[in-house]
Design a protein around this ligand. Structure first.
Ligand code: ZN
Length: 150
């Protein structure tokens, strides 16, 4: 089933951990509704601007969240969030483009190291009332407000 011209349900529920551990990662109708909004409002516009890319984590069932040490309250568990990177595009630059062009709820530049374009990834979510909150996360300093390149 397609969520948008270039994104399918299968891509957004794929998880190596779920496959390896036999965890059910099947979304319900509410999750699918949110995944469609995520694809239409966030993923497809990025695809149209930058070209093909892979979503490393989209929907995660509560059981899968628990298996990977992520919170069960994560927007991934509602089908509202995706983690991704675009080959050849610096993740900070990708975040800045999203900040300027898309209506998102939360945008997180994760584990990014300046000067290493392939470092880290981008987390982006949608909601009914988008907060347009930007954060930068790395393991040593935790979450900091804004998109920070340091
Ligand atoms: Zn995420």
């Amino acid at each position: 089933m397609n969520l948008s011209p270039n994104f399918s349900v299968a891509e957004l529920i794929k998880s190596q951990t779920a496959e390896r551990k036999g965890i059910d990662n099947t979304p319900n109708a509410d999750h699918l509704y949110n995944m469609r909004l995520l694809a239409e409002q966030i993923l497809q516009p990025i695809r149209d601007e930058f070209g093909p890319f892979i979503v490393s984590s989209g929907y995660r069932s509560v059981a899968l969240c628990e298996a990977i040490g992520s919170k069960a309250t994560s927007q991934h568990a509602k089908g509202q969030a995706g983690d991704f990177e675009v080959a050849g595009i610096d993740n900070y630059d990708l975040c800045k483009w999203i900040e300027e062009n898309l209506e998102f709820d939360q945008l997180i530049l994760e584990c990014y190291k300046p000067g290493q374009p392939n470092s880290g990834w981008v987390h982006c979510s949608i909601s009914d009332s988008p907060r347009k909150e930007t954060l930068t996360y790395d393991r040593s300093r935790g979450y900091r407000p804004g998109l920070i390149r340091d």
